[in-house]
Write a protein that binds this ligand. Structure first.
Ligand SMILES: Nc1ncnc2c1ncn2[C@@H]1O[C@H](COP(=O)(O)OP(=O)(O)OP(=O)(O)O)[C@@H](O)[C@H]1O
Length: 329
């Protein structure tokens, strides 16, 4: 097992370059030329509307995008895992990279206690004795904020609330000290107050453990409150990436600007809702050039022919647009 990079060192945990996922016949490109990185102890939000390819990105990173054509580099802790055979990849899942999902209840086995499920994961990856694995599982249930970890160990998923189940899933995900946690919309199925508790927990774990987190979300509020950096995805591509504060105070891509303008503003009593005109295109029938061009007021002929490359906007950010906002030409 590779040692994790220490937190706060800016060491890269995950580096993804030109990741592309397409159907076997290449008729649909679901993730297109995707570039991103996650450092130790930081949360990168992958932000986008439904159907833009966020979940497929996470599956591809876990090397679980079965039956699809995948290319590009996925460097985890300095090693390219994009082409590793399944036998070598299998122990990496859980141990170096772990994942939590939207619906924790359905991710847990209903006929085994939640503690047993965590113990089994620990025993499989760490080879601990039954007793030691149980002790570690109970400690983890305490670490994720469950009030009575010993009692919780013997509980079944149906005996716990949605928020408690998500805490159990997080305990299982961190049980082998992964360097990277992928969280795919982990709070979407939960009540608003519980959402905040789970996000606070992930934030605390990120700091305490120096773990990198890739947070998949469509929620700009979550991004603003918790992420360190954000990658904005549209129709299979990352169109803008940068530090959260920089990006929120001065978005460069017209799509990012549109997303921010469409956030409801409680202070605005004008009854106006600033929606982006038009619809997200079908991946099966993307327009030529920039996929956002048909909805973009800044688009010209060039935009309808060529997809723009990466333009660096600062040390940490890039935009893919021929006519970005507030970037010197
Ligand atoms: N095997 C496949 N063949 C063809 N298209 C697929 C396949 N798998 C997924 N897609 C399509 O790829 C697109 C991206 O799916 P994905 O689930 O990654 O989106 P998402 O951004 O996570 O959306 P959501 O937030 O709704 O989960 C969807 O339009 C989906 O229909």
């Amino acid at each position: 097992m590779q040692p994790h990079p220490p937190a706060g060192t800016n060491a890269s945990v995950l580096d993804v370059a030109a990741l592309t996922v397409a159907t076997r016949d290449n008729a649909v490109v679901i993730v297109n030329d995707l570039t991103l990185h996650v450092r130790a102890g930081e949360m990168l939000a992958l932000l986008g509307e439904s159907g833009c390819g966020k979940s497929m990105t996470s599956l591809a990173l876990m090397r679980l995008a079965d039956g699809l054509n995948t290319s590009g580099r996925i460097t985890l802790l300095g090693r390219d895992i994009a082409t590793l055979p399944e036998k070598a990849m299998s122990p990496i899942r859980g141990r170096e990279i772990a994942m939590i999902f939207q619906n924790p209840m359905s991710a847990l086995n209903p006929v085994r206690s939640v503690g047993q499920q965590i113990s089994e994961t620990i025993r499989r990856h760490k080879g601990l004795s039954r007793k030691a694995a149980r002790q570690r599982a109970i400690a983890l249930l305490g670490e994720v904020g469950l009030a009575d970890p010993v009692r919780c160990y013997d509980a079944y998923a149906h005996e716990l609330s949605g928020g408690m189940c998500q805490r159990v899933m997080i305990a299982m995900a961190i049980s082998c000290d992964p360097a990277l946690l992928i969280a795919d919309e982990p709070t979407t199925a939960l009540d608003v107050t519980i959402q905040k508790q789970i996000m606070d927990l992930l934030h605390a774990l990120k700091i305490r453990r120096g773990m990198g987190i890739l947070m998949i979300t469509h929620d700009l509020g979550v991004v603003a409150a918790y992420a360190d950096r954000v990658a904005v995805m549209y129709a299979g591509r990352v169109v803008e990436q940068g530090d959260v504060h920089a990006l929120f105070s001065a978005p460069h891509h017209p799509y990012t600007r549109g997303l921010m303008d469409s956030m409801p503003d409680l202070a605005d009593t004008s009854d106006r809702f600033h929606a982006i005109p038009g619809m997200v295109p079908e991946l099966r029938a993307l327009p030529p050039g920039c996929s956002f061009a048909p909805r973009c007021t800044r688009a010209d002929v060039q935009c309808t022919h060529v997809f723009p490359g990466h333009t660096m906007v600062d040390r940490n950010g890039f935009v893919r647009c021929f006519h970005p906002l507030q970037v010197a030409a």
